[in-house]
Write a protein that binds this ligand. Structure first.
Ligand code: COA
Length: 370
């Protein structure tokens, strides 16, 4: 069967390496690149302040701000879902990139709080009219967006796809115990999307990455299926579907983050020879301002180059990185060509890092395969 010529065809690159007849030579062939060309985001209308929360649980604005940097979070109301928030973010990213929905080849939705356990990405595909795109979910908690972006880049680099929408969306308000002050103050709902396009390898926007998992520490942070059983016939029973609210050992997660995030970023810098001083931005998963500050201090990155919107949105899980990226691109802090060190971390446990070059819209010619 004939295959499409791939991203390099019109961009001065060799033909798609995966179209080679002999799979054995694939690894030896040059790959293309993946550029970050657009972004968008969406948050629910309702904002819940720390003062609002202190009406429900024994907490205070001072406690929450001083321990986490969080001042408020958005909570999805009736009619606001993962599908609607992700679709809104996706529409904004399409518009920013200057793409039509029909041009999208793949929608990768990072979420741990889907509307449908069978997958929410196809609903997003339908909502935005991207009927050509294959769409599926990827679950890696707060590392989900970064893992999805790295995954998307592989499809783009190897010529499988030309245009990908990577979306991070979570609605953890569904899964919080709103009477547990140790967790309910931390999380919020939201969605962010990045449009990624195949490009010449010399313009690759993913300079380096690392991905890590450690299931032996899974119990630190869970949103786990419960054990309840439903009797069927005789001695046979079946498990009842349902999840216990988010459970977290805050101190263990804190220690994990301040140890592993600097380690993974140090590896990235070392492997690429990039000095921390050359980073334009540190774009970390927005979990806690103290974690952001600790990582910045480890690399002597000035705090004004550390992106944070925790005060407004709290921890939106898979959405934090694209939500923050979109805000900083739209207000002009992040400019085309800027170098960004990013890290996602959270339940799993999972964590990872990426050195990214923001490109912004325009300038990549369509390949014949698009
Ligand atoms: N308001 C007031 N008091 C609170 C509270 C709240 N919202 N949450 C916890 N407390 C209390 C605890 O009950 C405890 O009281 P006690 O000593 O009487 O038992 C006290 O504060 C200290 O609790 P502790 O859990 O030791 O607090 P901490 O300093 O570790 O801060 C976190 C708690 C959650 C802010 C902190 O551990 C943290 O940020 N961890 C990382 C969490 C995270 O980022 N998770 C997501 C990763 S993706």
């Amino acid at each position: 069967m004939a295959q499409s010529p791939g991203p390099g065809a019109d961009a001065g690159l060799p033909a798609n390496p995966l179209s080679a007849a002999n799979p054995a030579i694939r690894g030896a062939l040059p790959l293309g690149g993946a550029a970050l060309v657009g972004c968008g985001s969406a948050v629910p209308a309702t904002s819940l302040s720390n003062a609002d929360l202190s009406e429900r649980v024994d907490t205070s604005d001072d406690w929450i701000r001083s321990r986490t940097g969080i001042g408020a979070r958005r909570v999805a109301g009736p009619g606001e879902t993962i599908t609607s928030l992700a679709a809104q973010a996706a529409f904004a990213a399409l518009d920013h990139a200057g793409w039509e929905p029909q041009q999208v080849d793949l929608i990768l939705l990072a979420t741990s709080s889907p509307d449908d356990l069978f997958g929410t990405a196809p609903r997003v595909q339908a909502a935005i009219g991207a009927s050509r795109a294959v769409a599926f979910d990827l679950t890696a908690a707060c590392s989900g967006f970064l893992f999805s972006l790295i995954t998307a880049a592989q499809y783009l680099r190897n010529g499988s796809f030309q245009r990908v929408l990577v979306i991070g969306a979570d609605q953890l308000s569904r899964w919080l115990d709103w009477d547990d002050r140790r967790t309910c103050v931390l999380f919020g709902d939201g969605a962010g999307a990045v449009a990624m396009q195949a490009c010449p390898a010399s313009e690759d926007g993913l300079l380096a990455f690392r991905m890590r998992s450690d299931g032996s520490r899974n119990a630190c942070l869970t949103l786990a299926q419960t054990d309840a059983q439903r009797p069927l016939v005789g001695s046979t029973s079946a498990q009842v579907g349902g999840f216990a609210p988010i459970h977290m050992n805050g101190q263990e997660v804190y220690k994990f983050a301040v140890r592993e995030v600097p380690a993974v970023l140090a590896e990235l810098l070392q492997s690429t020879g990039v000095e921390a001083a050359s980073l334009d931005w540190l774009l970390l998963h927005q979990a806690n301002q103290r974690i952001l500050d600790a990582v910045a201090d480890r690399f002597a990155v000035p705090h004004e180059r550390v992106l944070s919107n925790l005060a407004h949105y709290g921890n939106t899980s898979a959405a934090t990185i694209p939500l923050m990226l979109d805000e900083a691109v739209r207000d002009g802090r992040i400019q085309p060509g800027h170098l960004i060190a990013s890290s996602g971390f959270g339940a799993g446990l999972s964590w990872g890092g990426a050195l990214l070059r923001w490109r912004g819209p325009g300038g990549i010619p369509d390949s014949a395969g698009a």
